[in-house]
Design a protein. Structure first.
Length: 320
């Protein structure tokens, strides 16, 4: 039995063949692919038929669709299809990976004696036609969980669910994944959580290509901003709670994490979540004031920035 489970919680067929082609092309075939069909409107079972002679595939179609809002639950039920492989790679139905990726993973596991619970590829962002539109900053060969969290929140490194491979041991130890509404920040939270004891190791010499297509959850954040920002606030709250032990052990590190979390939150609000209904604004304002102790004037200005009614007034004035 292979010791690497590649788990693909699938829904759309648009790029799925390209994803499977990447694994057909792998120079090391020591893996098994598990496809969890999120009750797709596309006929994914038909799509994978030509690949059954090329790849070891286990396919299962779930009876309900949950991934649109509860993506983390879809990740977990897809992982439940696996057997007892030591390592789990949660991939996606539209991303790509270099043909030597599996080989590079096994090489780093060998050279580190499998001493880490989580290994990660560097990442590029591609568009609908596979053009590279951005390259993530290079990541150090090794980071502690605190270092990784600070660098993620500060925008000094990238991270997405398909770019890391984690041990079944650490997945079970933590009873699965951290969950947030729409999975906002969940990939970051789980990388931070799983690297807590042993740190985080980069897999050199291969890349993951994360697709920004306009079809995935990140791409359509604007349409569900009121709910999705709730998920991001849940992530920020998790960060502050998770690293609260640093208050006594390493207060400077905690202050750095807290400041980076605030800057991340402000950046996300500015980039994604302007125009949130007033009914949500009051809680967000209270959360920011309570956790970051910002001056009340700044909290009010930030709340206005998020509010849909206020933005409507501003836009009307600009049109006059």
């Amino acid at each position: 039995m292979s010791k690497l489970a590649i788990v693909i919680p699938a829904y759309k067929k648009t790029y799925f063949s390209k994803t499977l082609d990447c694994f057909v092309s792998q120079t090391n075939k020591n893996f098994h692919i598990y496809i969890g069909d999120d009750h797709s409107n596309d006929n994914l079972q038909e799509l994978i038929l030509p690949y059954r002679d090329k790849l070891p595939i286990t396919y299962y179609r779930f009876e309900s669709n949950i991934g649109a809002k509860n993506i983390v639950d879809q990740w977990e039920r897809s992982i439940s299809l696996t057997k007892d492989e030591d390592w789990i790679w949660l991939f996606s139905d539209d991303d790509l990976v270099d043909p030597n990726a599996v080989e590079a993973f096994w090489n780093i596991v060998s050279s580190t004696n499998g001493s880490k619970d989580i290994y990660s590829f560097n990442t590029c962002v591609i568009n609908k036609i596979d053009d590279i539109i951005s390259v993530a900053p290079p990541v150090p060969p090794f980071e502690t969980s605190v270092e990784m969290a600070y660098n993620l929140l500060s925008g000094k490194r990238a991270n997405c669910m398909p770019d890391h491979i984690f041990s079944r041991f650490v997945y079970r130890k933590n009873n699965g994944f951290v969950k947030t509404v729409y999975g906002q920040g969940a990939d970051w939270a789980n990388s931070i959580l799983f690297s807590g004891d042993k740190g985080f190791c980069i897999i050199p010499d291969a890349l993951v290509y994360w697709r920004f297509s306009g079809d995935n959850i990140t791409s359509v954040a604007f349409e569900h901003k009121a709910e999705m920002i709730t998920g991001h606030f849940q992530f920020i709250k998790w960060i502050l709670n998770h690293f609260s032990y640093l208050r006594e052990n390493s207060p400077k590190d905690f202050d750095n994490i807290k400041e980076a979390a605030l800057q991340n939150l402000l950046s996300v609000i500015d980039y994604h979540y302007k125009g949130v209904p007033l009914s949500r604004i009051l809680y967000f304002a209270w959360f920011i004031k309570r956790n970051f102790n910002l001056p009340i004037i700044r909290v009010i200005k930030l709340s206005l920035t998020m509010n849909a009614y206020y933005i409507g007034l501003v836009n009307k004035r600009k049109q006059k």
